[in-house]
Each structure stands twice: as C-alpha cells, then as structure tokens.
Write a protein that binds this ligand. Structure first.
Ligand code: ZN
Length: 343
C-alpha cells in the first residue's frame, strides 16, 4: 500500500522536478535502510520486512469501491491519495520537530467530560461515520502504520491531544516499539485487520480471522485489546459488522474528513462539525497532515477528543497472553452494542 502511495501513476500538474528529486532521495534512504538490514526509523516502512502474505490492496476492489463517493477514501483509490507525499522531508531520527513546527500546534480549550452516545440493541456492531454529539469535539484517527515517521512521537506528545490509531498488524510488526512510544505519548491503539484486505464480500470466517486476529495481536503487543475497528478502505458489509461484534469490539468506523499532503478534504462544507471523525494515515507527510488536522479542528472551535470515550462501555475483553494462543474474542451481550447503520 505504501508503494501505491508513493507511485505517481497520475503525477499532479503541480509536481516539480525538485519534488521528484526529493522523492528519489527518500526512496534512496529507504533502499539504503533495507540494504543495511534494519528499518530506519526515519524511513517509510520497508516492504522487504513485510511478510509475503501481505496482500496488496486491490487496485480495483471487487466491491463497488468508494461507493459513497467520498474523497480521500482509505483505499487510496483517488488521485489525491496516490499523489506524492508533499510534507516536510523526514528529519533524522534523533531530531525532534523544529521550533517552527511546534509553534504551529494550536492550543485548544479543555475537552468537556465525554458524554457517551447510546446505541440501540442489535446483533451487529454499529457503523459510524461520526459521533452524534453536540459537544464541541472532533476525533483524529490515524490508520495503517507502514510509515514510522521519526517526528510522530514528539509531535503527538507536544500536541497533548488524544488520537486513535487504527493499526494494521502487518504494517507495524517490523517496529512495534514505534507505536508503543506513541501509546506512551497518549495515542490509543485500535484494530484495522492483520493484512489490510478489502473485507466486503468475504466469508465470515475470513473476516473474523482478520478482525479478531488483529484485536488479539494488538492486545498482546500493547497490553490493551482494541475495542474499536475500522475496515480497510472503509469497505464493509453486514458480515463485517457481525464479526466485529463477535470479536468483542464495540463499533466500526468510517470518517467525515480526510487529510493528505497537509490538505483537509471535507465531505460537506468547509468546516469540521461536532463529533466529526477525521482520517489521516501514517505517511511521509505526517507532520503536515497532523498539523492540518489540528488546525482544522481549532478553526472550527472544537477540541480533539478520544473516540473510545464516546462509545458506551462494554465488558473489557481479556488480553490474550500471546498472539498464537489468543482466543478469537469474546462476545458482548446483545444489549450492549447495536447495529446503528449510518452509511
Ligand atoms: Zn488502512
């Protein structure tokens, strides 16, 4: 998926030779890191370290793709998503964000005490594009994990805002410590499958393996079993939502806004609304994307809040002792979670 993100199948008109040279330099660093036998924390994820079982995202999903017509779909199917990274070039691993970058982090009012939403009873997990709340909050979510940006930790820590990470196991397992540091900086880790397939139309067993498996593996790695799920590419079907519930998670999520190359794209209007969920990814442009998300929330008069805080409590699933022996997940009582379809 990283390769697709980097590959300029449709070079943007604004691309300059300088930008291509910078990309070439980044790629050189990646290759050099791979040849050195270790993933440089400053470099995007080396796919050489990824298991061969990691399927590439279908370039033409068997499903209807981004059937909602939402720009910036997680599938990377839009030209924007496939464009070249346009953020600041990664700095050396030991270099924190510059003073200029830190000065661009907005200051937010204190978040109000979260008022969790209520969900009707049902046999499937709810599918949410936003949190229906009038509280002045929005939610930053960051997906995948292929790129381990050297400034992510310092930036998240400096911003002092909660962020939700929907991590793909195959994307993070070459450097799980990177995300443990983000967790220590205040990020909360949720599930985004093991191998990042398009789940729509797949069998229950296949989906359950990907969904339960990612929750179990991430729980074993980070000491907290995820309670939220986002399907790759935002693609799901009723089987997905049933499996999410059966895997002991409370809800599955789409999004409202997307951020890429430092630009926020809106489904509706030009302003983040109360309860909106903002999608970004771990990409080379992480700094620009994160700052853009923060600024958009600030400009809307909102404060970042934690997604999990707005879901009703459910039983805390057991943390498996190891990924191999992990139980497939524990069912929640039917009354504790529901099938609130919003998309
Ligand atoms: Zn993803």
């Amino acid at each position: 998926m990283l390769l697709r993100h980097l590959r300029p199948r449709h070079p943007r008109p604004t691309a300059t030779p300088t930008r291509f040279r910078r990309l070439a330099a980044v790629i050189t660093v990646v290759i050099a890191g791979a040849l050195a036998g270790g993933a440089s924390p400053a470099a995007p994820h080396s796919r050489g370290g990824a298991p061969s079982a990691t399927p590439a995202a279908p370039s033409s999903p068997g499903g209807p793709g981004n059937s909602r017509g939402v720009p910036g779909d997680d599938s990377g199917a839009t030209p924007l998503e496939e464009g070249l990274p346009d953020g600041p070039s990664p700095r050396p691993a030991d270099a924190g964000p510059s003073r200029d970058i830190l000065a661009r982090i907005p200051t937010f009012p204190a978040a109000p005490p979260p008022q969790p939403i209520t969900l009707p009873a049902g046999a499937s997990a709810p599918w949410l594009t936003h949190i229906p709340t009038t509280q002045p909050v929005a939610f930053i979510t960051i997906d995948d994990g292929w790129v381990k940006h050297p400034q992510a930790f310092a930036l998240i820590r400096a911003a002092q805002v909660p962020v939700t990470l929907f991590l793909t196991v195959n994307a993070i397992q070459d450097d799980p410590g990177h995300f443990a540091r983000l967790q220590a900086a205040g990020a909360v880790i949720e599930a985004h499958t093991i191998s990042h397939p398009n789940l729509r139309g797949r069998s229950y067993d296949f989906q359950r393996r990907e969904i339960c498996g990612s929750a179990d593996r991430l729980g074993a790695m980070y000491g907290r079993r995820p309670v939220l799920f986002r399907p790759p590419f935002g693609e799901q079907d009723p089987t997905t939502l049933r499996a999410v519930r059966d895997c002991g998670m409370r809800a599955a999520f789409f999004w409202k806004e997307t951020v890429n190359n430092g630009v926020v794209r809106y489904q509706v209007g030009r302003k983040v609304q109360c309860g909106d969920i903002i999608l970004m990814h771990f990409r080379p442009a992480f700094v620009a994307d994160f700052l853009a998300a923060l600024q958009a929330i600030h400009d809307a008069g909102l404060t970042p809040a934690l997604l999990a805080d707005y879901l009703p409590d459910g039983p805390e699933p057991a943390i498996p002792s190891s990924p191999v022996s992990a139980p497939p997940g524990r069912d929640l009582p039917a009354s504790s979670i529901s099938g609130d379809q919003r998309n």
